[in-house]
Design a protein around this ligand. Structure first.
Ligand SMILES: [Mg+2]
Ligand SMILES: [Zn+2]
Length: 163
């Protein structure tokens, strides 16, 4: 029963945080990512990537670079069956004042519409203030990777089971 969504940040959450990563060869999964994603799937979550990629709007790299990095991420996850269900990103710089840049809910709204799901049971996982603000704005639980409670993604299952 895939009826709820896990909204996942990319950089610093699923893969190592590299400054304005645009090279697919630079994609490194963080320890615990694959296992953590598998455990989310097992609990009935659809996995939706929501990533701010302002490097596009700032002119540092084209959207095709974001697509290549995301593709590489999927290629690393697929052998274990941990691939993501939907990958979204905001290419705008903050000054563009768009609706999709986290913590604004544009990407979440888009995902819900495309998947035909609401926010019931949804969670947000990220490593930044904007991810936690996104969760707060949506009124869903936010889990911060790198915190004491959640050092890595495969610690999440234990937290979810406590609820
Ligand atoms: Mg991040
Ligand atoms: Zn945007």
């Amino acid at each position: 029963m895939n009826s709820k969504i896990a909204f996942l940040d990319r950089d610093g959450t699923l893969i190592e945080n590299a400054h304005y990563l645009s090279d697919p060869d630079g994609v490194r999964l963080l320890a615990g990512t694959t296992q953590g994603l598998l455990e989310l799937k097992r609990r009935g979550f659809l996995l939706v990537l929501v990533s701010n990629q302002s490097g596009v709007g700032r002119g540092y790299f084209p959207e095709s670079a974001v697509e290549s990095v995301n593709q590489r991420l999927q290629d690393l996850l697929r052998p274990q069956g941990a691939q993501l269900d939907l990958l979204l990103y905001c290419p705008h710089q903050p000054e563009a004042d768009c609706r999709c840049r986290k913590p604004r809910p544009g990407m979440v709204e888009q995902a819900c519409q495309r998947l035909g799901l609401g926010l019931e049971g949804a969670i947000v996982v990220g490593d930044s203030d904007c991810d936690m603000q996104l969760a707060e704005g949506l009124g869903v639980p936010g889990y911060r990777i790198g915190s004491k409670l959640l050092p890595r993604l495969d610690s999440l299952a234990g937290l979810l089971d406590q609820v």
